[in-house]
Write a protein that binds this ligand. Structure first.
Ligand SMILES: N[C@@H](CCC(=O)N[C@@H](CS)C(=O)NCC(=O)O)C(=O)O
Length: 155
């Protein structure tokens, strides 16, 4: 049985999140598949720096959302949390037990975390800052070229 030391009669799960966080939303989606209606959430206002507070750094020393508390154990890194939840709650349709299929899912998750997300965040920041400093309408050229670069790699 997976992680037997984490098992309780009824799991006590809290997710720490913020509305702007796409990776927190991904974990929420998996929680809804795992224990719908049975998890709690706590908003961490990253715009007010709550993610860098002494209290929150004890939950996630990287000072980022999401994190979860699972029966008193804290866990971070969205992909690692989602893999844990899928295995713990046997969501085999989302995280296949067949190793070749699982490898495909892992590949896409790693590409999302290591390549797609950083590139899109970089492009979005460039777009926003360009507009703030020039006062002009943003140019979508860089955004579109980033998308064009990423897309074929995922096909
Ligand atoms: N690799 C991390 C990334 C988490 C992340 O970048 N979180 C952002 C919100 S989407 C955050 O907390 N930013 C605040 C900061 O880094 O100060 C994961 O997948 O959990």
């Amino acid at each position: 049985m997976f992680a037997p030391h984490l098992l309780e009669e009824e799991d006590d799960v809290t997710i720490y999140l913020h509305g702007v966080s796409n990776v927190a939303r991904a974990v929420k989606t998996i929680l809804n598949q795992s224990i719908p209606g049975k998890w709690k959430s706590k908003n961490i206002d990253i715009f007010k720096g709550e993610n860098k507070s002494e209290e929150y750094l004890k939950i996630n020393q990287m000072g980022q959302v999401p994190a979860i508390s699972f029966n008193g154990h804290t866990m971070n890194e969205s992909n690692a949390i989602m893999r844990f939840l899928c295995q713990n709650y046997k969501l085999n349709n989302l995280y296949p037990t067949d190793l070749a299929h699982r490898h495909r899912v892992d590949t896409l998750m790693d590409l999302q975390g290591n390549m797609v997300r950083p590139q899109l965040l970089g492009a979005a920041r460039k777009l926003a800052f360009g507009q703030i400093f020039s006062g002009n309408k943003p140019s979508y050229e860089f955004w579109n070229s980033t998308l064009a670069e990423i897309k074929p790699k995922l096909e």
